[in-house]
Design a protein around this ligand. Structure first.
Ligand SMILES: Cc1cc2nc3c(=O)[nH]c(=O)nc-3n(C[C@H](O)[C@H](O)[C@H](O)COP(=O)(O)OP(=O)(O)OC[C@H]3O[C@@H](n4cnc5c(N)ncnc54)[C@H](O)[C@@H]3O)c2cc1C
Length: 387
């Protein structure tokens, strides 16, 4: 418990830590990373522990708005396996959070019970081959045809698409001229005719790695536009709406969990590895590296808890969530790299936990709004003069 973390959040964290330690020992995490698959039944177990409803309102059977608890679960899972934390995010975050915030009443009644039971996973289809940071320029289209819509185009880097039940697809629903106004989010079943999913081989994030997705004239009911018919052309406001504050700090919590695992491993290793007749942790340079790493983790934890507390209490948080995403992504990566250095050659060896942590930690300054985009946001939000 800390001055920020209530007894309730501490209990959620404890339960997540225990669960992750039981189901994801290092050899399992390595296996999932290699196979790019985390057993889906683990979601059922997480749901039965109440994790799936941490950001779902109580009127739909969730636990209300427990952003701090949600992030504590993400962090504790990532500490054992990035893939396991992504599995959870595809269910409780992309599914539970987005549908609670932007879904129509009918969609909430239809989807949330299965999300809460751990039976549904949603991938997030925003990026495209030619669209990264500039999401308002997506070229995937969605056209209305009576009470149906037709989705056509390509998405790239869609994490977990190969395992998800639905892809929340950001698509252009009107003329390009009005970029931000003519966008809609569509819930496309991955089993629908015309959906093709191809794995992308990347450096890390095994378990639920990103995939390429092609939508070849995929027809879904108009009722499956996020928010129902009223959500038509509301995709941008849904994307940058209240869910974004949580989505910005979700990868920060993952980065923190991964960095904690790296420090734990390097710390223990340094107390066991002997060179020149003594443990390497007796050397001042190693002691200082590890002391710096622990200090940085403490700072990151406080920053994340402050951002989560603000979001939980509906305080102004746009600047703080950008700062948290920026700071934790970069600092946690640096902590992991310094821990790899402490370990020497084993930290560079395939199949070693440290090597996996290094690979996983490198993505955070890129994903979920890159570091440059967060710096743009911070200077814009704080109204730094342009001339
Ligand atoms: C592991 C992983 C998982 C991912 N999961 C998903 C997912 O589930 N769903 C999804 O939709 N996408 C996902 N992505 C994609 C991710 O969100 C994008 O990589 C990210 O948005 C950046 O886009 P980009 O890589 O095309 O870079 P670009 O936008 O092409 O940017 C390239 C470089 O230019 C910089 N840059 C761009 N614009 C500006 C600017 N205005 N000012 C300053 N610098 C700028 C960027 O910071 C970056 O350094 C994932 C990516 C990875 C690696």
């Amino acid at each position: 418990m800390s001055f920020y973390e209530s007894a309730e959040v501490a209990a959620v964290r404890q339960a997540a830590r225990k669960f992750a330690a039981e189901v994801a020992p290092p050899e399992k995490a390595a296996e999932w990373d290699l196979a790019n698959e985390v057993p889906r039944e683990l979601l059922l177990q997480m749901a039965s522990l109440g994790f799936s409803g941490l950001v779902v309102p109580t009127e739909y059977g969730g636990r209300g708005r427990h952003v701090m608890g949600f992030l504590a679960v993400i962090e504790e899972l990532a500490r054992r396996s990035f893939g396991l934390s992504t599995l959870y995010a595809l269910n409780a975050g992309y599914g539970g959070l987005n549908l609670s915030v932007s879904g129509s009443e009918e969609q909430k009644r239809r989807f949330l019970p299965d999300i809460l039971a751990g039976r549904l996973m949603f991938a997030y289809g925003l990026s495209e081959p030619d669209v990264g940071a500039d999401l308002a320029s997506v070229s995937t289209t969605v056209q209305r045809k009576g009470d149906q819509v037709v989705v056509r185009g390509r998405k790239r880097w869609t994490s977990g698409a190969q395992h998800a039940d639905y892809i929340i697809c950001l698509a252009r629903s009107g003329p390009e001229g009005e970029r931000h106004r003519n966008l809609s989010m569509v819930l496309v079943p991955t089993s629908a005719p015309g959906v093709q999913i191809t794995n992308i081989r990347i450096l890390g994030s095994g378990g639920n790695a990103p995939a390429d997705v092609v939508f070849d004239d995929v027809t879904v009911p108009l009722a499956d536009v996020m928010g129902g018919e009223a959500g038509w052309n509301e995709g941008w406001s849904q994307l940058v709406g209240p869910a974004l504050e949580i989505e910005k700090i979700q990868p920060a919590a993952m980065a923190l969990g991964i960095a904690e695992a790296a420090v734990e491993e390097a710390w223990t290793y340094s107390e066991q590895r002997r060179q020149f007749g003594r443990v390497i942790s007796a050397n001042q340079s190693i002691r200082h590296d590890l002391a710096d790493a622990r200090t940085m983790l403490h700072a990151c934890r406080l920053m994340l808890q402050d951002a989560a507390w603000r979001v939980d209490h509906r305080e102004a948080s746009a600047v703080e969530t950008c700062m948290t995403k920026l700071f934790l992504s970069e600092q946690c990566r640096d902590v992991v790299l310094s821990c790899q250095q402490v370990m020497g050659a084993p930290g560079y060896a395939a199949g070693h936990q440290m090597e996996r942590l290094v690979r996983d930690s490198l993505c955070f300054p890129i994903i979920g709004g890159s570091s440059a985009i967060q710096r743009n946001n911070i200077s814009n939000l704080l109204k730094l003069a342009r001339g």
